[in-house]
Design a protein around this ligand. Structure first.
Ligand code: TXA
Ligand code: MG
Length: 348
């Protein structure tokens, strides 16, 4: 029933609406839920048929596994076969919060969740509404970001409806997400922790607790032909608006000169995605996404900015590139994929 056209209920975070959302989830329905990172498209993680509905609603490839969301530490152990010391320390330091850990999965995890892998991704979100829904439901929830596959992740309930209205049973409005980019994904199945996707828990935060962390080359690099992705969702193009995006690396003044040179050639359909205060006199429509030095604001705004570029009719977007430090690494990682790795490096 999950992918039949239907009326999507708009729910609030009031207690009776949380109960309604939990009831729908227990019946195997799909519900858009707020988290501190991005909105998730949730289903009962222990119900394989419900989880199949997520893939249909998103148009998501079946080989891309899902994150299982829990609301308490007791829910963790049954989902995995072991919890190494580094995982326990990371959980104590950063859960609830924007951190996902990959561990060997237990037999409780349906194959639909793990996409056939022998591991499972688990995260404990800090958003009070997400916690209340998981608790009321009494089951862990599988939830990818609530966008159609390939599109920028939604950070408000209205953005969820843009992609999912008529495809899911309900969406719970918990206000705008605070972090704005998806959780950090760390693989704890090897000798050393391995960062697969950067997010709100930064590399230095991980290393402070767990010692040296390897960074998967897919975090900042393109997979080579035929190479297997450690995290299937970190493949080539993702998070992309309809417009073509090109990432432009360089200082503010070099970026401005570059844009004016492009504008002289052919300004039709060109738009800029740039930092606050750097959008004046560019000669083309511009959308900003936080200050050049303010990585938290960039993370908070980047996905909405990508969607706004489509709304203003942009065809080709020159995106000013953030510094890959702290949570800036997560913003850089998402923009690289939005740009399908097309990068221009300016001098000076
Ligand atoms: O912040 C988030 O993590 C959000 C909110 C809703 O919690 N969820 C989210 O889910 O971003 P999704 O499905 O859009 O991204 C999950 C990422 C994908 O890159 C997927 O390939 C990876 O985690 N992943 C999931 N299970 C995995 C596993 N067993 N091994 C390796 N990567 C895994
Ligand atoms: Mg996603």
């Amino acid at each position: 029933m999950n992918n039949m056209p239907r009326k999507t209920q708009r729910l609030t975070d009031a207690p009776e609406d949380i109960r309604r959302a939990a009831e729908l989830l227990r019946q195997g329905e799909l519900v858009g839920i707020p988290t501190e990172t991005v909105y998730g498209l949730a289903a009962d993680a222990l119900n394989g048929a419900a989880v199949t509905g997520i893939f249909a609603a998103k148009g998501r490839p079946q080989d891309n596994p899902l994150i299982v969301h829990i609301a308490s530490f007791q829910e963790w152990a049954p989902l995995v076969t072991s919890i190494p010391p580094a995982a326990r320390m990371l959980a104590e330091a950063y859960w609830p919060g924007p951190l996902t850990m990959i561990l060997p999965r237990s037999d409780l995890i349906p194959k639909e969740v793990s996409a056939g892998l022998d591991t499972v991704a688990v995260r404990m979100p800090s958003h009070p509404t997400a916690q209340a829904i998981i608790t009321a439901c009494g089951r862990p929830l599988a939830a990818p970001s609530a966008n159609r596959s390939g599109s920028p992740s939604p950070t408000t309930a209205a953005r969820v409806l843009e992609d999912m209205d008529g495809r899911i049973a309900a969406v719970v409005d918990g206000g705008p997400c605070t972090v704005g980019v998806e959780s950090t994904v760390v693989d704890l199945c090897g000798i050393r922790p391995r960062l697969l996707r950067p997010g709100g828990v930064t590399l230095s935060m991980l290393e402070k607790v767990a010692g040296a962390v390897e960074v998967d080359q897919a975090v900042t690099g393109r997979l080579r032909e035929g190479q297997r992705a450690a995290s299937p969702g970190m493949k080539y193009k993702h998070y992309a608006p309809k417009a073509q995006v090109i990432l432009v690396k360089g200082a503010a003044e070099a970026y401005r000169r570059f844009i004016s040179a492009q504008t002289e050639e052919n300004p039709d359909g060109l738009a800029a995605l740039c930092f606050d205060g750097e959008d004046l006199n560019l000669g083309i429509p511009a959308v900003t996404y936080g200050g050049r030095e303010d990585h938290a604001a960039q993370a908070h705004q980047v996905f909405d900015a990508l969607r706004r570029l489509d709304e203003i009719g942009a065809k080709k977007v020159y995106a000013a590139c953030p510094e890959p430090d702290g949570i800036g690494l997560a913003v850089y990682n998402r923009l690289l994929r939005a740009a399908a790795f097309e990068v221009i490096e300016l001098d000076g």
